[in-house]
Design a protein around this ligand. Structure first.
Ligand code: TMP
Ligand code: ASP
Length: 235
């Protein structure tokens, strides 16, 4: 049972529960991009993201990755462990797309020689600026050892997710993860959904992620539904 609203973000909200240390994470139907400057409400998106994120957290758990996920409670609610979240976004890139293309003048679609990890400071008003390990340590956002652990986990997640998606004809281009501390250990938090990934059809290159919304390429819930169906997820 959810009780008090603890936090509300653009796409999710967190409520406390009757059990100390456990929260309910609600996936909203809101779609936002460009640090909240573009906004829409897309019926069914929360349910799709809750289903897809639950699926990935369960697959990651099987592969030995600890996350805040406990179980899916219902259509758009997930029970999670409360973490002390770090205000740092860890992005893993396999192929150049999005901000790295602008920043470094790369051509979209260029495969990187090996996966690249990048860090961003989670602050919409600043436009989520790119940072490095020294910023994290200096400003107290994450300790150097914790950044190392996050990068290692993010690379491991990349391998697991890339393999799963490749089997259903989808290429994992890049994605963003957020981590927190539980009993002093780094644990995966937040969500793993097409909102925070770039997913391209292997055959055609068609985009199956939030770029459809960012760039007005068509119906967002249709492509998220396609991702879920290909993965065999019951909606
Ligand atoms: P970027 O190309 O905009 O840096 O994004 C890289 C990937 O990380 C892309 O799949 C989107 C995801 N991402 C988010 O979901 N939220 C964010 O705030 C950022 C910076 C990236
Ligand atoms: N910066 C990311 C985007 O453009 C996340 C967000 O702002 O919602 O989609």
């Amino acid at each position: 049972m959810k009780t008090i609203l603890k936090y509300e973000g653009k796409g999710k909200a967190l409520y406390s529960t009757e059990t100390a240390g456990e929260l309910i994470q609600i996936f909203k139907d809101d779609a936002t991009a460009f640090d909240g400057k573009k906004h829409d409400v897309i019926a069914g998106k929360g349910k799709l993201n809750c289903a897809i994120s639950s699926y990935f957290f369960e697959e990651l758990h099987k592969a030995g990755i600890r996350s805040h996920y406990i179980r899916r409670e219902n259509d758009n609610e997930m029970r999670i462990r409360e973490l002390a979240m770090m205000p740092v976004e860890v992005v893993v890139r396999n192929v150049a797309a999005g901000s790295i293309c602008k920043r470094l003048g790369l051509e979209e679609g260029r495969t990187l020689k090996c996966p690249l990890t990048e860090l961003f400071y989670k602050d919409d008003t600043l436009g989520d600026p790119m940072i490095n390990t020294e910023h994290c340590e200096l400003f107290g956002w994450a300790k150097t050892d914790d950044v190392r652990a996050m990068r290692k986990l993010a690379r491991h997640v990349n391998k697991i997710m890339s393999d799963i998606l490749e089997k259903v004809g989808i290429r994992l281009i890049d994605f963003k993860l957020e981590f927190g501390l539980l009993d002093g250990h780094i644990v995966l938090g937040d969500e793993v959904t097409p909102d925070g990934c770039r997913l391209w059809d292997i055959e055609t290159g068609r985009k199956l992620d939030k770029d459809v919304f960012r760039r007005d390429l068509g119906g967002l819930s249709e492509v998220y539904h396609e991702v879920a169906t290909r993965l065999g997820i019951q909606i």
